[in-house]
Design a protein around this ligand. Structure first.
Ligand code: PGA
Length: 276
């Protein structure tokens, strides 16, 4: 069977930056400078800025010549559809505001104590609402130093995918995207090597396969995240196992995003030529 090519994705995680007053303008500036064909662009602002970003990227100036639009993503979602959960946002509430959502970011695992099981339930909730989850995994520095990075990340993946497959049929997982973000590389200026990140991307697909998705695991896009900039993004995108990047700090800078998406478009064109 000939499998569809995996897409190239550049997602920006704005974390706790921007306000409803300035987020739209930033999104419009980034959108207008990242219109290359072949790259899925996703901007993930804080919840309160989702509407402003959605409206800003609806404008024609951010739409690519191939019709590609900037998609909007949230940074978290609650696993329940509704209930007495003060301060939380449920997946059905995101409909019309966000088409994507980050789940299991290491900052939430750290600050909100999120477990792999909870992260899996968040991904279930997202998929149930028609929202594409970007499921984040990654090891801390000590785990990498101890040579246990792949085992650690594989366990994170297995636990989340088992929750997903207990709740949903396998084909419902088709929209799933995984982001490999080594914790020691986030916001530190240090990055994994392209080769290490690619090896991890393969380990992630192997873990998804074993967890029950079988050959369809080969279709799951795996992104790299952690101190990605326009200067280093090529090291990751040159790796066939890596299908894009999840960008934090640099995603607030239109110059950086312009360079990152331009580089991603080269990869998309090269893979298209090789695959087609
Ligand atoms: P960074 O963050 O690019 O600022 O390291 C990445 C992330 O946390 O998603």
């Amino acid at each position: 069977m000939i499998r569809a090519m995996r897409p190239i994705i550049v997602a920006g995680n704005w974390k706790m930056h921007t306000t409803p007053d300035d987020a739209g303008e930033l999104a419009a500036r980034i959108g207008a400078r990242t219109r290359e064909a072949g790259v899925i662009r996703v901007l993930c602002p804080p919840f309160v800025c989702l509407a402003a970003v959605r409206d800003a990227v609806a404008a024609g100036a951010t739409v690519g010549p191939d019709g590609g639009r900037v998609a909007v993503g949230a940074q978290d979602v609650h696993p329940q559809a509704a209930g007495a959960y003060t301060g939380a946002i449920a997946a059905p509430m995101l409909r019309g505001l966000a088409e994507w959502v980050i789940v299991g970011h290491s900052e939430r695992r750290r600050d909100a104590g999120e477990s792999d099981e909870l992260v899996g339930r968040k991904a279930v909730a997202a998929l149930g609402a028609g929202i594409r989850p970007i499921l984040c995994v990654g090891e801390g520095f000590e785990v990498r130093e101890a040579g246990r990075a792949e085992a650690h990340v594989a366990a994170q993946i297995r636990a989340a995918v088992e929750v997903l497959l207990a709740a949903l049929p396998a084909d419902a997982l088709a929209p799933l995207v995984v982001a490999y973000e080594p914790i020691w590389a986030i916001g530190t200026g240090r990055t994994a090597t392209g080769a290490d990140a690619a090896a991890m991307a393969e380990a992630i697909r192997a873990a998804i396969r074993v967890a029950g998705l079988g050959a369809a695991a080969d279709d799951v896009p795996v992104l790299y995240g952690g101190s990605v900039t326009s200067a280093n993004v090529g090291e990751f995108l040159v790796e066939p196992a890596i299908d894009g990047v999840l960008v934090g700090g640099a995603s607030l800078d239109p110059d950086q995003m312009s360079g990152i998406v331009a580089r991603a478009a080269l990869t998309a064109a090269a893979r298209h030529a090789a695959g087609g």
